[in-house]
Design a protein around this ligand. Structure first.
Ligand SMILES: NC(=O)c1ccc[n+]([C@@H]2O[C@H](COP(=O)([O-])OP(=O)(O)OC[C@H]3O[C@@H](n4cnc5c(N)ncnc54)[C@H](O)[C@@H]3O)[C@@H](O)[C@H]2O)c1
Length: 332
């Protein structure tokens, strides 16, 4: 049984806590937030101890695994301190995306996990849905042939005007991660961005990508469109065919090349796919991390790792440089 503690008890930390509580492999032992009311409310709801500082909780409870659900500037500045504290205390860590809003702290977190030989994952939940797994199997089986191109778009409404780069840094860890999941490392980026009426930040953007294996890709994202209709689309194509994954877990279609037939997997109310809501994507991802930790998976084999989170953030940093300079920017 893994003893789990959560640091950061906003809406997302509470959701993580529920996911760990529903795992037969875990026991939730404590929650911590620097806002006392948040820690107390979560502790009461979850029937665990409340703490108001990570160091004290780590010392007293000595958990095996910590969920880091802090946020901060650009939704990522507060992850660094508690992540390093938890790793130093010997915990495995599953943190929220973006791994950090800056590259340097992200790099240090990945190194800290390596030094302590602890598993470090990021909640890149979109790659863990059953339909994303199925699509990846098709890629691995060679059903798409030689990979050629990828197109992804994601759009939601988020009116936060905190930073010019908020949309790019906070929304696109997800989209860049699924592009990397299917097509591998991204080596160069060019990005254009625009502002919706009344907005001061780069709230909509389009990226062109070049991958290490020669794949070319496009990504369009926006914080300007109200939810209602689907919010994400991913298409990957090769010489042998093409797939389209709609809304992460809703529908997956394989279009084999050279035939009129297609294969469609639809997520229905009575179907086998247990992912029916966005919340389920968290449960799925968190359970995957828990299973990997519990079964002794070596840290370098963690799926959706800190290194993956860092790689996505480097692509986004290159995209920001591209907006600033107008150049195509290599990803290092
Ligand atoms: N994976 C996803 O699909 C997804 C979706 C939405 C949000 N997120 C991510 O989840 C994270 C949290 O989102 P939220 O909306 O719950 O944020 P939030 O700001 O409401 O909550 C974060 C909490 O962390 C606490 N905190 C900050 N530093 C702390 C520290 N050192 N020790 C203890 N507590 C600390 C804050 O007091 C706050 O209560 C963000 O990084 C966001 O990007 C992920």
């Amino acid at each position: 049984m893994l003893r789990v503690a959560i640091i950061g008890l906003g809406p997302i930390g509470n959701l993580h806590a529920d996911c760990y509580r529903s795992s037969p492999l875990c026991e939730l032992v404590g929650v911590c937030d620097i806002i006392k009311e948040r820690a107390d409310a979560a502790a009461e709801r979850l029937n665990v101890r409340a703490f108001y500082g990570a160091a004290e909780m780590l010392k007293q409870l000595q958990p095996d695994l910590c969920g880091i659900c802090t946020g901060g500037y650009e939704y990522g500045s507060d992850h660094y301190e508690p992540t390093v504290q938890a790793l130093e205390a010997g915990c495995h860590v599953l943190g929220e995306k973006p791994i950090s809003n800056e590259i340097q702290p992200a790099q240090e977190m990945v190194v800290a996990a390596q030094k302590k030989n602890r598993c470090y994952g990021i909640n890149l939940n979109h790659r863990f849905t059953p339909l994303a797994r199925q699509a990846r199997e098709w890629v691995d089986e060679g059903r798409l042939g030689h990979l050629l191109f990828v197109n992804v778009s994601m759009w939601i409404k988020n009116s936060t005007e905190q930073s010019p780069w908020f949309q790019i840094k906070a929304l696109h860890p997800h989209t860049v991660d699924i592009m990397r999941y299917f097509c591998g490392d991204i080596v160069a980026v060019q990005c254009f961005a625009t502002k919706a009426p009344g907005r001061a930040i780069w709230s909509t953007a389009h990226f062109n990508m070049r991958f290490a294996n020669g794949v070319v890709g496009g990504l369009t994202g926006s914080y300007d469109i109200q939810r209602g209709h689907p919010m994400e689309r991913c298409e990957v194509a090769g010489t042998g065919g093409r797939f389209v994954l709609d809304d992460m877990f809703m529908e997956l279609t394989l279009y084999p090349a050279g035939t009129m037939e297609k294969r469609v997997i639809t997520n229905t109310v009575f179907g086998d796919i247990r992912e029916k809501t966005f919340t389920d994507t968290f449960r799925n991802r968190i359970h995957h991390f828990v299973e990997q930790v519990a079964s002794g998976t070596p840290p370098e084999k963690i799926d959706g790792s800190g290194a993956d989170g860092l790689a996505a953030q480097k692509v986004l940093a290159a995209a920001i440089e591209s907006i600033q300079t107008g150049a195509v920017v290599d990803v290092h």
